[in-house]
Design a binder for this molecule. Structure first.
Ligand code: HEM
Ligand code: HEM
Length: 187
């Protein structure tokens, strides 16, 4: 295993923090979304829905921050791999698909909330009433799309994580290590 990553070939501490915080919020929002209906009606169910919508908003906020930060500290070049250009293209395509879903899942979630005639607790501090009247049918359709996109995000992120682990344990390169949260910052 290459135990030294070339100086500067790691993600910046901020990029790593955005990555792992976003991963945790996605898994949290997904779990609350799936289990939301299992919670007993009343304050528990309401707290679950509130936490779901809040975590989902943080996912969107982190997406904006990490894209802006990508221009400030561009990601390190891909580690050389035996799969060459096709491998790099597959990784880029996977990351692009994840970005697109990190944007579209929360947005369609917001549309679902507003079609339910519900208020958006913007980052938990400011209530924005729905601009639309309650519409059960439209809520049903947007909820189906929201759920489908959410499951796609989890499936692609799982494949993405498996690829990162394969780089680490089989290809024995630095791909995973340079994204790990607790690394000395590059000089
Ligand atoms: C990455 C972020 C998110 C993920 C992974 C996610 C995932 C999910 C999942 C799996 C469901 C359950 C669908 C079902 O049981 O049919 C759900 C429902 C829902 N989500 Fe999200 N969601 C996210 C963000 C958001 C955001 C930001 C909002 C609103 C601003 C939102 C609003 C909703 C609403 C209104 C429902 C339907 C609840 C109901 O009435 O049953 N979601 N979400
Ligand atoms: C919901 C979960 C996850 C999401 C949404 C996600 C998303 C992303 C995104 C968008 C990137 C591109 C760089 C960036 O902007 O940060 C990335 C890179 C990366 N992720 Fe994840 N990730 C998730 C989970 C994981 C897990 C569980 C692992 C490891 C076990 C992992 C390992 C990596 C590695 C090693 C990179 C750098 C890849 C490279 O530079 O070639 N990710 N991830």
């Amino acid at each position: 295993m290459s135990d030294s990553i070339a100086a500067g070939a790691t993600y910046s501490p901020a990029s790593r923090a955005f990555h792992w915080a976003s991963a945790l919020f996605v898994i949290g929002a997904w779990t609350l979304g799936l289990l939301g209906d299992e919670l007993p009606r009343g304050p528990m169910r309401h707290a679950g829905e509130f936490a779901h919508v809040l975590l989902g908003q943080f996912v969107l906020l982190l997406l904006v921050l990490r894209i802006v930060w990508r221009f400030v500290t561009p990601p390190p070049p891909a580690e050389p791999s035996p799969f060459g250009l096709p491998g790099e293209l597959a990784s880029r395509l996977g990351q692009f698909a994840i970005y697109a879903l990190l944007f579209s899942v929360p947005i369609v979630g917001l549309v679902t909330l507003f079609h339910g005639g519900e208020t958006l607790p913007l980052l938990g501090v400011y209530d924005i009433p729905s601009p639309w009247p309650r519409n059960r049918e439209l809520k049903h359709y947007s909820k189906e799309i929201h759920e489908l996109l959410a499951h796609m995000l989890i499936v692609i992120a799982t494949l993405h994580a498996a690829a990162a682990l394969a780089h680490h344990y089989f290809l024995r390169d630095g791909t995973l290590r340079r994204m790990l949260p607790f690394l000395p910052s590059p000089r």
